[in-house]
Design a binder for this molecule. Sequence first.
Ligand SMILES: Cc1cc2nc3c(=O)[nH]c(=O)nc-3n(C[C@H](O)[C@H](O)[C@H](O)COP(=O)(O)OP(=O)(O)OC[C@H]3O[C@@H](n4cnc5c(N)ncnc54)[C@H](O)[C@@H]3O)c2cc1C
Length: 418
Amino acid sequence: MTMNVKPVPTLDERINDIRMRTAEIVNTWILPYERTLWPQREGAELAEADRRRAYELREEVQQRVRQAGLWAPHLPVEYGGMGLDFLSHAYMNEVLAYALGAAKLFGVVAPNSGNQRILLKYGTEEQKRKWLVPLIEGTMESGFSMTEPHNPGSDPRSLDTTAVRDGDHWVINGHKWFTSNGIDADFFIVMCRVHDDAGELGRTGQMAQIIVPTSTSGVNVVRGIGIWGRSTSDHCEVIYENVRVPAENILGNVGDGHRAAQDRLGAGRIYHCMNSVGQMWRAFDLMIERATSRQVHGGPLKDKQFIQGFIADSYQDIQAARLMTIHAAEKTDRDDQDARTDISAIKIFVPAAYERVVDRAIQVWGAAGVSNDLPLATMYQGARTLRLADGPDEVHKILIAKNVIHRYESGEGWDFGN
Ligand SMILES: Cc1cc2nc3c(=O)[nH]c(=O)nc-3n(C[C@H](O)[C@H](O)[C@H](O)COP(=O)(O)OP(=O)(O)OC[C@H]3O[C@@H](n4cnc5c(N)ncnc54)[C@H](O)[C@@H]3O)c2cc1C
């Protein structure tokens, strides 16, 4: 089944055109070849020929994406991207995410894409030349190293990896984990607590993000942590032991660390949610495909009221998730301070809705639903993971409640119309 994307009457011609052209590539060049493009999803040991065929096919699709002018929506034109504004990018995401993993074929690869945004915003010209350009050209890989095993990631104030100033260098010591892409990364952006007693007053204890090449002595990638029953992954445990990097590897200034993390996560959460909407859309289509074709107990599944309930509930979940996300994106786009509350709301609601929709689609498909023949099992794990990554639900609930109560205590109610 292909994705049914038609122009949205409320969107301008340019965004509709981008969406239609994205859908054309997804429907024509990605969905029919998913198993060839991503053979590793089958779980079996890959033959060299399959690996090569997959690589060549991915290159071919990427070439088509470039020719269609749809490469790297998150990057400015001068860095080879589409130079898309925030809202257009969000609207494009729900279309490209319909095919699991398609973002990579459009030049958006986490965590590289987040690091690219941070380098663009905080990097010096020299840092951009040294780290951003190779990242964009694909000659380098990167990771973002913030979470620590012995401290709660949901409370970034607890992070205790240190960067001590020693002459022209930072000396970094700490223990991180779940640093994604850690196996292949050429550099990590590491969140550190700075000790700079000789420097400006008050800088000790503040946070900074520092670029650390993985080849530096003392960077020890201990393991790829096994997740979801698999023995390994590229989410790595990393120990930094007396790692010396040049002072100019700091991104922005001492004290910018948390803000840079928020810059990365804030917009990222909206993109993630639009991706989830696209994936829910796919799960929904798959659910209907099975419901209309499978005969059980003397009739098609679609005629059973339990299944009709699944369809109706999923329809509501997708519509609600999508409209909430667009609302948050519009507020973010016009720099509305309340957007922070809406981003937290979608960060809770959308992954949970995504999990419910995929769960129902799996149920409708029966055993096939959990098989590697369909993308549903992977989606299910992804949806569940999203409920704790990038800030778990509880932290976002606290933030919503605080913002709302503050508004009422300052004498105003919440304006749901805006
Ligand atoms: C697949 C995957 C990839 C990841 N990639 C990266 C990466 O590339 N780089 C990186 O730095 N990190 C990464 N992470 C880490 C992720 O950001 C953290 O797991 C997340 O921030 C939560 O931190 P934590 O695991 O330490 O949980 P904790 O902070 O220990 O929280 C555990 C639980 O406690 C509860 N909780 C927390 N605070 C409160 C509260 N105030 N009130 C009530 N309950 C609360 C929540 O239920 C929460 O899930 C990744 C994680 C996963 C699973």
